[in-house]
Design a protein around this ligand. Structure first.
Ligand code: UN1
Length: 495
């Protein structure tokens, strides 16, 4: 049974879109159409932005703790609907039900964190140079925020952006990925039920080229927050730059896990399997390179291949399944093309997998085998380019210095991990790895919302989501001087 989804624009649910209709297909069983939804473009974005702009002067004056109460209520509704949301999300994007529950949980965690900020939003009070003068800084909302989100975390990532933006007093135009509109509709329904004023949250489904670009180009959108590929991020930054727009980018990764000779190997093995094949490798933080020290390399590779071969691939709603399908046909083709590059161009050794799964029920979806390349060299394309699929490249190194050199030899810098029992090595890794996130004795995936999320180099442009650091994206600093001397006091002159 498929649903008819609608956009939510200027306080109304809208059935039709100027760009026609898009279909939402279950990637594990393409016979199932999860829903049909209208695709919007510049016209819908224009109406949505106008509504959000109209609501902004009212919403910014609602006290922040009251705005936060609404987000807290949204968190409670997410708790209440967690299971049904998780099931819907597995149907629309394929990752296993344990993971979609986790995705909703990350939204809940974000609601608690962001609502707490409604009673903080700290600024500074500082002494002034002149007598009878008071100085302070305060966070002010920015205006209309455009949120362009990916399909791999259809709940968590939109909440990372929308919840803090609303708590800060901004209004929102939200364009979810075309592959995951159903979760977006549910999130907007929840925000409305929680009490967000209808025009403060607008939903425009549609393609990046039409709806996404219209958001980036609209002069009344003050902030664009985008999560997706570095290629698209570069274009958004350039277009946003034309308008001197604030653009927060969360982009690609080529994350690596290092395993040193002294590591707890069983622990490192579990970490590598989870980091590489969890979410079918479709996380910005996925482990796509495994850097193994010489002494344990062969033993570790054998155990890894053995365990990865046994991973149960299938429909994420079925119990016991450990890895779902790729999101769609095009993504699976990309994965396959990288396998071909690995074999023919890079001349690495394909040690496991490498094929589409097409037999029996697998023929219904976009399944791909867990895939491992060994004898990979750091400069090879499969060790440099983001694949976004279940493909792991194993690189052998002789010592710690080489491991860190290989780790850093990428244009990206999102997540990283090292398994070692040597505290000195762990601290050197924390200092010397070029990445926004470093895990010690944990896999490259699994960020918690109370710490900043984001990366260096081509992974972003200096912004961080989550934590209190996200407030820097959604607020503008105001410095306030109160002179209660009753006379003109000239700074830097009447000292
Ligand atoms: C992403 O991959 O885009 O740290 C987000 C993690 C998750 C979020 C991933 N909490 O893997």
């Amino acid at each position: 049974m498929s649903d008819q989804y609608r956009n939510f624009i200027a306080g109304r649910w809208v059935n039709t879109g100027t760009q026609g209709t898009l279909t939402n297909i279950n990637p594990a069983d393409t016979r199932e159409m999860v829903g049909v939804f209208p695709a919007g473009g510049a016209e819908e974005v224009g109406e949505a932005v106008a509504a959000a702009k109209d609501e902004y002067p009212k919403w910014r004056l609602v006290p922040a703790p009251r705005r936060a109460d609404i987000i807290k209520r949204a968190g409670e509704l997410l708790v209440q609907h967690k299971e049904e949301l998780a099931r819907l999300m597995t149907r629309e994007m394929g990752k296993i039900i344990v993971e979609t529950r986790g995705d909703v949980q990350e939204g809940i965690d974000t609601a608690w964190y962001a609502s707490g900020e409604g009673r903080r939003l700290f600024g500074d009070t500082v002494p002034c140079e002149l007598p009878d003068k008071f100085g302070m800084s305060a966070r002010m909302p920015v205006g209309v925020c455009g949120m362009i989100t990916p399909w791999n975390f259809p709940m968590a990532i939109p909440t990372w952006k929308i919840f803090p933006a609303l708590v800060c007093g901004n209004t929102v135009v939200f364009k979810p990925a075309s592959d995951t509109p159903a979760t977006a509709v549910k999130l907007v329904e929840i925000l409305l039920e929680a009490g967000v004023p209808p025009k403060a949250i607008n939903l425009v489904c549609g393609s990046g080229g039409k709806a996404g670009d219209a958001i980036v180009d609209h002069p009344d959108v003050a902030v664009v927050s985008f999560t997706g590929s570095s290629e698209v991020g570069r274009k958004i930054a350039a277009r946003g730059g034309e308008h001197l727009k604030r653009v927060s980018l969360e982009l690609g990764g080529k994350n690596a896990q290092i395993v040193m000779d002294d590591a707890d190997l069983e622990l490192a093995l579990e970490g590598a399997l989870w980091g590489a094949f969890g979410t079918t490798g479709q996380r910005c933080t996925a482990t796509s390179r495994l850097i193994l020290q010489d002494g344990i390399h062969d033993k570790f590779v054998n155990a890894l291949i053995d365990r990865a071969r046994k991973l149960r691939v299938g429909n994420g709603l079925d119990s016991g399944i450990e890895m779902g399908p790729c999101i769609n046909k095009a993504q699976r083709e990309t994965v396959k093309s990288y396998v071909d590059i690995g074999i023919n161009e890079d001349r690495a050794t394909l040690a496991l997998g490498g094929h589409e799964l097409t037999q029996g029920d697998y023929a219904l979806g976009w399944f791909f085998e867990p895939t491992i390349f060994i004898d990979v060299k750091s400069g090879m394309r499969i060790a440099q380019e983001e694949i976004f699929g279940p493909v792991l490249s194993v690189i052998r190194v002789k010592d710690f210095d080489e491991a860190v050199r290989v780790m850093n030899n990428t244009m990206y810098g999102l997540s990283s991990s090292i398994y070692t029992r040597d505290v000195n090595m762990a601290f050197r890794a924390m200092r010397d790895i070029e990445a926004g996130i470093t895990y010690i004795n944990g896999p490259t995936i699994g960020a918690e919302v109370q710490l900043p999320f984001g990366g260096v180099k081509a992974t972003g442009n200096g912004h961080r989501e989550a934590s209190h650091t996200v407030l820097d994206t959604f607020t503008e600093w105001k410095s306030i001087y109160v002179d209660f001397s009753g006379k003109l006091q000239r700074a830097q002159i009447d000292t």
